[in-house]
Design a protein around this ligand. Sequence first.
Ligand code: AMP
Ligand code: MG
Length: 344
Amino acid sequence: MTKILKINRRRPEVPKIRIAAEVLRKGGLVAFPTETVYGLGADALNAAAVRKIFEVKGRPFDNPLIVHIADRKEVCRLAKEIPDNARELMNEFWPGPLTLVLKKSEVVPDVTTGGLDTVAVRMPDNKIALAMIKEAGVAVAAPSANIFSKPSPTSAAHVAHDLYGKVDVIIDGGVARIGVESTVVDLTTTPPTLLRPGGISLEDLKKVLGRVVLHPAVRVEKTRITAKSPGMKYRHYAPDASVIVVEGRRRKVGRKMRQLVEEYKRKGKIVGVMATNRRCGYTADVVKFAGNDPAAVAKNLFKVFRKFDEEGVDVILAEGVGEKGLGLAIMNRLKKAAYKVVKA
Ligand code: AMP
Ligand code: MG
């Protein structure tokens, strides 16, 4: 049985927080809101509890989890060493959508870190999440609260769609403010490596760290060209419909999109378009406006993916966005979800 707890995001009700915290302490699973997306949490130091996260999501065991904390001092327990740049990043961006990868201490079980000798840690900027973690008194390992490879959940309804009946508690704390996952930066390398772009931009990271290198997987398509298995190896965050991303100059993208809409309609497909301009004039079967600035697109992206599936679309043509600021995270998610990326 899954208990749904509706909690006020501004003034979390203490008795409800206690219920969720108690479940975590006893080794259960709680889906909870964060500012990025909803997380599926378990006591990070309880290997049996963490194993359940992987089973419920269908997530491969070599895919490590992020450990969520509510007190900076917890990092000292989870990490073997804390470099100066980690402290600077915590001061600047915590609580917030930034995950730090550090050398792990002995207390963190292998299942939590996917067998790696590093641990990923973050302090979420959400009152419900922070109150729950504090009350539980345990660090909370949590990936996104969706079935593996599906779009991440940005509302409790999305979580319930994927996980109702499989977890102990789903907290409903409203819509996620940012809508894409946290930025993951590895501080065990010199210079630090950006492993996943997210809620904190690369530009902001560089202001604190100076040089940051991008892991090759961040801009997926290059990897994909060598992998030669479109839509397979790196597919992630993906709706049931096939996503085709069109990137390039804005005017050219519009023209290419219109051409592709007609092409797929002729093939008898139900065609959806994800647009970033309300007056785009696309003649697709379903047109969804994701927003016209990066913050809006990030917030709506996964919701729009799920809506297309509800409406039975076969193909989603998505307008690419510029890779500045949050745009890098948006393009990363679009490309990971994509069956193919087309240059306009
Ligand atoms: P999710 O929360 O489902 O979006 O997944 C957690 C993300 O954090 C994944 O992209 C992981 O690869 C990444 N991550 C977690 N722990 C580590 C680690 N120790 N080293 C590198 N990446 C990590
Ligand atoms: Mg995920």
